[in-house]
Ligand binder design. Structure first.
Ligand code: AMP
Length: 427
């Protein structure tokens, strides 16, 4: 098969790494890819959101299957456009990607199909939004309805802060059209986890659980980021919790989306809060997580490609995947200044020595080759230094040994990825 992966991050590197190992894969392209992905796939300089460019490339190169990484092209309808041209695609239609593209849509679906989630209401006007916010004891959660590069969720510690945020989003259009509408909701207390399932329109196959670190600094402090590290499985995700997530959240969502005439095909990435009343849905993403995909792919023993094809063909019912019992972790190394003003163009050395450490795989996110053929930083999040091992402690030690081996004065990473998992191990 001739395959095209769309995207350029650590997630896409992990997907390419797994797909390139499939005996079914004859030729692998990635658009636009990065310096690490270039070892697995032929990178083509087409932007991940350039829907026209991607469709015409896929036609010209007789691509059999397109795997879409990020949410942007999904919401823009890349899967629909490819399928209309007779090219099979992994990823939901634009109508189904609304689960991620509109927080209000997701909340309405959860309410209609009785999926446990936070109490909420949707608003396009500031006055009724402020009145509703006053019915909560802070913290109060305010969300821009549309895609806002992961920045659209604000947790307000007082009513005054909530009122200011409502004005900023609805009146000052802080996130542009994405905040023309907002969702206000109850703050859920508990431990957070991510849960991934493949869905073929009517059946769901659980993949794995993970936990991530969103803040830039140690101790989960500092500015919000795209994600500074992740590990899989999440110790909080016991068999009982996973069964409850499938039963009360994933399956009703799949049935609800089908009933709404928006059958979901792709990967459902559920943000879950494990509360004292059981797991509740925080939000959905309609694509693989970044960096969660890196440790998840390290744990997947089966060939990924047939599973993705079964999702697209609607034949997931008879499918099974084999997983390693190992724990895997990814530590994200970012360019100094990230997330505000990452300094790019700094040279990264010793990556081969790091990758030679037992159990270690270094996935690239924002890297490129410079004129001298050296690898340099080209974005904020730059590397996903990943490792697997029998125990969580060992996987973590291997990942940080690899981090310390990488010679990159222009980069940094949190030093405490996985502290929650260590706490579980100790408790
Ligand atoms: P993002 O993944 O950038 O959309 O950020 C969403 C994050 O905000 C989640 O991962 C939670 O940590 C937090 N969050 C969102 N909604 C709630 C809620 N209702 N209660 C508690 N935390 C929330």
């Amino acid at each position: 098969m001739r395959i095209l992966v769309v995207g350029s991050g650590g997630r896409e590197h992990a997907l390419c790494w797994k797909l390139a190992a499939s005996p079914l894969c004859d030729k692998l392209y990635c658009a636009p890819g990065n310096a690490g992905i270039a070892a697995e796939a032929e990178c083509v300089p087409i932007g991940a959101e350039d829907v026209d460019g991607l469709v015409s490339f896929a036609k010209k190169e007789a691509i059999d299957f397109v795997v879409i990484g990020p949410e942007g092209p999904l919401v823009k309808g890349l899967a629909d456009r490819l399928e209309a041209e007779g090219i099979a695609a992994f990823g939901p239609s634009a109508k189904a990607a609304a689960l991620e593209g509109s927080k209000g849509f997701m909340k309405d679906l959860a309410a209609k199909y009785r999926i446990p989630s936070a109490r909420y209401a949707r608003f396009a006007e500031a006055a009724p939004a402020k009145a509703f916010a006053q019915t909560f004891a802070p913290p109060i959660v305010i969300k821009a309805d549309g895609l806002a590069s992961g920045k659209g969720v604000v947790i307000c510690e007082s009513i005054a802060e909530a009122e200011a945020e409502i004005d900023a989003m609805l009146n000052a259009r802080k996130f542009g059209p994405a905040s023309a509408e907002i969702v206000i909701e109850e703050f859920l207390e508990g431990e957070e986890l991510s849960f991934f399932a493949l869905v073929d329109g009517s059946h769901a196959l659980p993949l794995a659980s993970a936990q991530d670190h969103k803040r830039v600094g140690d101790g989960d402090t500092g500015l919000n980021t795209g994600g500074m590290g992740a590990y899989s499985p999440a110790p909080v995700a016991t068999k009982e919790i996973e069964a409850a997530i499938m039963e009360r959240i994933i399956r009703p969502t799949v049935a609800g989306m089908a009933a709404e005439g928006r059958p979901f095909k792709g990967v459902l990435f559920a943000g879950i809060m494990v509360t004292k009343d059981g797991p509740k849905l925080i939000e959905y993403n309609t694509r693989f997580g970044d960096p969660e995909t890196q440790p998840i792919m390290l744990r997947l023993k089966s060939d990924l490609l047939p599973a993705l094809i079964a999702v697209r063909d609607g034949t997931l019912q008879s499918f099974d995947l084999r997983w390693s019992d190992d724990t895997a972790i990814a530590v994200v190394m970012a360019a100094k200044g990230y997330p505000e003003k990452p300094e790019t163009g700094t040279v990264i050395r010793n990556l081969d020595a790091a990758a030679a450490i037992e159990g270690v795989t270094v996935f690239h996110a924002g890297t490129r080759l410079n004129a001298k053929g050296e690898i340099e930083a080209s974005g904020g999040r730059v590397l996903g230094v990943s490792a697997s091992a029998k125990s969580f402690e060992e996987a973590r030690a291997r990942a940080y040994q690899a981090v310390d081996c990488i010679d990159w004065p222009g980069g940094f990473c949190p030093r405490d990825i996985g502290w929650r998992a260590l706490q579980h191990a100790g408790s």
